[in-house]
Design a protein around this ligand. Structure first.
Ligand SMILES: *Cc1c(COP(=O)(O)O)cnc(C)c1O
Length: 414
């Protein structure tokens, strides 16, 4: 069936793109093809070199009908030429880095980004002879100043995990391209319902499908998206050979999750906005950061770049500084919460909360040793922050749960 899904609305794409009734049984829901190998004719080759879109299924690490269906759905939603699905978000990130960078290259990486990316770009990637500059990419002058003749890649995350700082995608794309570098955007927090980085000039988008796309906290997955030509090259050079292939079962679960992604994102954002407003007026809360709040330092950019403010927010309790008060507050809150789960991850139907100690994160994952880098983090996010992922429950119940949990902490007036 040849339907041009790219022309259809977001909700229609989410339900239908990549899927079709089973030609043998007429099944309306897609089958899961768990087979790792496929019976082929003797003429099919064994090397990935000659592979193209018309090559028959051979082996699931090279391609699989269920995974391909997910990839088509992802590409339709992100308005990308193509997508490759991976076993996790980090599988997608590492395929991109290993596929693009070689010894002697330089990359500019957001100084605050997903912790595992921060960690591999601190040690493992530089050990391969690839030079990395960590930059606060909200500062366009700093991005420009960091570029070198050998800069191959600029990598940003917006809104960034965990502090919800934003980066102007169109402006950074322009700066990167003028220097001959590509721009990659981790858009996990935004989802295509909020922002489509490729339309703003980015060359690659990465997602952790484990979060909003899957949406139910039961399947790890990742995706890399971009132009059809670049993705065909990366599929051969990295995805197939490095082997971070997603299980067809997870691909199927995530595809089922995506059917409701547009509806869920609307509710995630509505709940987050209500909770952000509640927390902002709470006497025990010092600061709330949510892109949808006028108090977000980059609210104007959020309005310009995000069609939906997503479901992630952070807050700081009064006295929750680096002197242990924050940890004490986190213990109390974790102990008292009835509905909200105290757990890492995000984007699930269940609301999740997790406390992040700035001092520890800055020391370990981020290794932001320069005083101005530490200062810029502290100024934006404060010291101890609670990261909250608004789920799909009733906002009133979530607010009541947070309110009774906050009632348990000592209020330090400041
Ligand atoms: C979770 C996350 C990742 C990593 O994804 P996994 O599926 O856990 O490997 C990458 N980037 C962001 C912004 C994330 O939140």
């Amino acid at each position: 069936m040849n339907i041009d899904f790219h022309k259809l609305g977001e909700r229609t794409k989410a339900v239908h793109a990549g899927e079709f009734p089973d030609p043998v049984t007429g099944a309306s829901a897609p089958n899961i093809v768990m087979s790792t190998t496929f019976v082929t004719g003797v003429d099919s080759g064994f090397s990935v070199e000659g592979m193209d879109d018309d090559t028959a299924w051979i082996y699931t690490r090279w391609g699989n009908p269920t995974i391909a269906a997910l990839e088509k759905k992802l590409a339709a939603l992100e308005e990308a030429g193509a997508a490759i699905a991976f076993a996790s978000g980090m599988g997608a990130v590492t395929a991109l880095l290993f596929g693009l960078l070689k010894a002697g290259d330089h990359a500019v990486i957001s100084d605050v980004a997903y912790a595992a990316l921060a960690e591999i770009t601190n040690e493992m990637i530089p050990a391969l002879g690839i030079e990395i500059s960590k930059v606060n990419t909200t500062d366009l002058n700093a991005v420009e100043a960091a570029l070198k003749p050998n800069t191959r890649l600029v990598y940003i995350e917006t809104p960034c995990n965990p502090i919800l700082r934003l980066t102007d995608i169109a402006a950074v794309a322009d700066i990167a391209h003028r220097a001959g570098a590509s721009l990659a955007v981790d858009s996990t927090f935004a989802t295509p319902l909020a922002t489509k980085p490729l339309k703003l000039g980015a060359d690659f988008v990465v997602h952790s499908l484990t979060k909003y796309f899957g949406g139910h906290g039961d399947a790890l997955g990742g995706a890399l998206l971009g132009s059809a030509a670049e993705l065909a090259r990366l599929r051969k050079t990295t995805s197939i050979r490095l082997g971070g292939t997603i299980s067809p079962f997870n691909a199927w679960l995530i595809m089922r999750g995506i059917a409701t992604l547009p509806l869920r994102m609307k509710t995630h954002a509505e709940n987050a906005a209500e909770i952000a407003a509640f927390l902002e007026s709470h006497p025990k809360v010092k600061r709330v950061i949510y892109p949808g709040l006028p108090s977000h330092p980059q609210h104007e950019l959020a309005e310009r770049q995000m069609q939906n403010y997503s479901g992630m927010l952070t807050f700081q309790t009064r006295g929750g500084g680096g002197n242990g008060d924050g940890i004490a507050a986190a213990r109390k809150i974790a102990e008292r919460l009835k509905i909200i789960h105290y757990a890492v991850s995000l984007g699930h139907h269940r609301s999740l909360i997790f406390y992040l100690d700035s001092g520890e994160l800055l020391r370990t994952s981020f290794k932001l040793d320069a005083p101005e880098q530490r200062e810029s983090w502290r100024e934006f996010a404060g010291d101890g922050i609670f990261r909250f992922s608004a789920g799909l429950e009733d906002a009133a119940d979530l607010i009541e749960d947070l309110d009774q949990a906050l009632a348990g902490i000592k209020c330090y007036s400041k």
